[in-house]
Design a protein around this ligand. Structure first.
Ligand SMILES: NC(=O)c1ccc[n+]([C@@H]2O[C@H](COP(=O)([O-])OP(=O)(O)OC[C@H]3O[C@@H](n4cnc5c(N)ncnc54)[C@H](O)[C@@H]3O)[C@@H](O)[C@H]2O)c1
Ligand SMILES: Nc1ncnc2c1ncn2[C@@H]1O[C@H](COP(=O)(O)OP(=O)(O)O)[C@@H](O)[C@H]1O
Ligand SMILES: O=C(O)C1=C[C@@H](OP(=O)(O)O)[C@@H](O)[C@H](O)C1
Length: 542
């Protein structure tokens, strides 16, 4: 079995590859090796002596051979010498490592800081001869672009202590990324981890001068962090607070923002950043989709449901008096930054409703999600933001988020505008939307979806698609997570009328998404018998 390093560190002399690398290794309880030290051990002499005896080309061959071997037999933190990534063979080996899921970290030290440090301890033949700083700078000019190209993780360390830089690097090493393909559009990444919000400038790029930062009051601490990151990167930030939750998804709110963007001279090269739950990211996406017929936007979801569902897939929209999400646009973001630190302030009930969409994705496609939910149900149900970060639950939740986003990414990449496959993401939603409407949106979306999934399972069972055990499993799993599995509001006639207005309905025929046999095998159920539709409804009443 091939062993792979946790991470490989590259960067200029004095960047801190060895010092910070050892700190990261300690934080992650992993071994650390330095390529230069390994080479000296193998060749039996100091590197400057090897340079003098055999020259740089011979050294680079030895270096490439060792690095290639260590990339396949070492499982810790691996720091390379500054010149290593300039060798084609090393570049190929690192590309292969990245393709295998590896993290090549470019430690981006401030040149002034790195130069000062590079002179400590000597032993750097590449700095010999003449003005060492001038030499360093000339190497930096050539190497920086190559480092940026070779690395898939960039960690700026200006002004940071070794420990602070190490903590930042560890967050970036642990970060999870889901790539979303967009047919006829710009692909984007969903970044999931502590501190993911720091990718804002990297995702937005240098074109925008102005950023409309749209957020709600309950996430002020997180939007403050986003604003600081944006301003530090040099953007002009317009801070736009919108009403919380569903009351922010209205045409009046959008109109107020359009007026402000006009007054402040936002052009087509400027951008929008949405910070908050799904309602906020829906509204922010709608504003981005409509301002000048479309400007770039980045979602920074702060609720579990927004992280796993609402922020990805390009459905933007607002509510109208006639119903929810009836006005909007399919308009994909430039990126999604799901910063786990924001979950520290998420209320327990809002976390639990997000589990409804997580469980849905397990039934839809990824049965490992169901297994993880089962194994950690009690911990998940007892979620407490105040003690979440750094707890054992954090890795469990990160895994669930990544897996759920992958399920969504699979469907939206194949069918962005919901012509067919993407409808499977609507499992449990036909009844859920009726419940939300009849409850005047007092019921949380994820909770309604949980009841909706039990209903869909009962309907599938009545028509022979699944057995009773699976229906019972829906109830046991969802209730173990603290999700509702029954609903007593509204009448069947009211519900039936609303289900006929669901967007999946065609003409006067109801359409549902149901499991066909086992979880992971979904099918459309067209125009089911009226008695089954009614009986299934009676079965979700308590
Ligand atoms: N576009 C899509 O594909 C899609 C998919 C699913 C849901 N949605 C939409 O998303 C919305 C539901 O999203 P939601 O469940 O996040 O609801 P929400 O946006 O209403 O947020 C729920 C509550 O939690 C608060 N909150 C969010 N993050 C917080 C944090 N980190 N700390 C403290 N408070 C926080 C919010 O301020 C709000 O009060 C609905 O409008 C739904 O239509 C959209
Ligand atoms: N973030 C930092 N803050 C302060 N000193 C640092 C930092 N990173 C590295 N150093 C110090 O700078 C010198 C060079 O660091 P080192 O890790 O050897 O650089 P590299 O391996 O990238 O050439 C060492 O003395 C190290 O202790
Ligand atoms: O991205 C999508 O297709 C989804 C959009 C939402 O449903 P609606 O479009 O019915 O609001 C969401 O609740 C569902 O989980 C998946």
């Amino acid at each position: 079995m091939t062993v792979r390093p946790i991470a490989v560190i590259i960067g200029m002399m004095g960047a801190g590859k060895t010092r910070v690398g050892k700190e990261v290794a300690q934080l992650m309880r992993a071994p650390f090796i330095d390529a230069d030290v390994e080479i000296e051990r193998e060749v039996g002499m100091r590197i400057p002596e090897y340079f003098d005896r055999y020259g740089e080309p011979a050294f680079r061959d030895v270096e490439c051979d060792l690095i290639t071997r260590r990339l396949r037999d070492f499982n810790g933190i691996f720091a390379l010498g500054g010149g290593a990534p300039m060798t084609a063979g090393v570049q190929d080996a690192l590309a292969d490592y990245i393709a295998d899921g590896g993290k090549v970290v470019y430690l981006m030290a401030d040149p002034r800081e790195a130069m000062e440090r590079a002179h400590r301890g000597g032993g750097r033949p590449m700095l010999n001869g003449g003005d060492a700083n001038a030499r360093w700078k000339s190497l930096y000019t050539v190497r920086d672009p190559v480092y940026r190209q070779v690395a898939n993780v960039h960690v700026p360390t200006r002004g940071q202590t070794p420990l602070a830089a190490a903590r930042r690097m560890m967050d970036m090493i642990n970060e999870r990324t889901v790539h979303v393909n967009v047919t006829n559009g710009e692909d984007y990444d969903v970044r999931i981890g502590e501190g993911s919000m720091t990718h804002l400038a990297e995702v937005l790029g240098s074109k925008p001068a102005k950023i409309a930062l749209i957020h709600t009051q309950p996430v002020q601490r997180h939007s403050d962090h986003a604003r600081a990151i944006l301003r530090q990167a040099g953007y002009q930030v317009s801070d736009i607070v919108i009403p919380d939750a569903e009351s922010g998804k209205t045409i009046d709110v959008a109109n107020g923002i359009w007026q402000r963007l006009g007054d402040e001279g936002f052009t087509r090269s400027d951008a929008v950043v949405g910070v908050g739950g799904g309602a906020a990211t829906d509204l922010a996406g709608f504003v981005a989709a409509t301002w000048m017929r479309g400007v770039r936007y980045v979602n920074c979801p702060t609720s579990l449901l927004a992280m796993v569902d609402a922020s990805t897939g390009g459905k933007t929209g607002i509510n109208t008096p006639q119903g929810k999400n009836l006005v909007g646009s399919f308009y994909t973001p430039a990126g999604v930054l799901a910063d786990m630190k924001t979950l520290a302030s998420l209320p327990n009930d809002i976390f639990i409703e997000g589990l409804g969409e997580v469980a849905k994705s397990g039934f839809l496609m990824d049965r490992q999600i169901l297994t993880i939910l089962e194994e950690h149900a009690a911990q998940l149900r007892a979620f407490d933001g105040a003690s979440f970060l750094g707890s054992g639950l954090e890795d469990v939740v990160a895994e669930l988020i990544e897996r759920t986003v992958r399920v969504k990414a699979y469907h939206v990449s194949a069918d962005l505008k919901e012509a067919g496959l993407r409808e499977f993401l609507n499992y449990g939603h036909t009844l859920a939307h009726a419940i939300e409407k009849l409850e005047h949106f007092r019921w949380r979306h994820g909770n309604a979806v949980a009841v909706g999934m039990v209903y869909a399972a009962e309907l599938a069972s009545l028509l022979g698609y699944i057995d009773r055990d699976l229906v019972d499993y829906h109830r046991s799993l969802l209730s173990s997570l603290g999700l509702p599995i029954s609903w007593n509001g509204g009448s069947f006639d009211e519900v039936l009328a609303l289900m006929h207005r669901d967007k999946k309905a065609r003409g006067n025929k109801l359409r549902f998404v149901v499991i066909d046999g086992e979880p992971g095998h979904m099918t459309h159920l067209e125009d089911p018998p009226a008695d089954a539709v009614r009986e299934a409804f009676d079965r979700i009443r308590s």
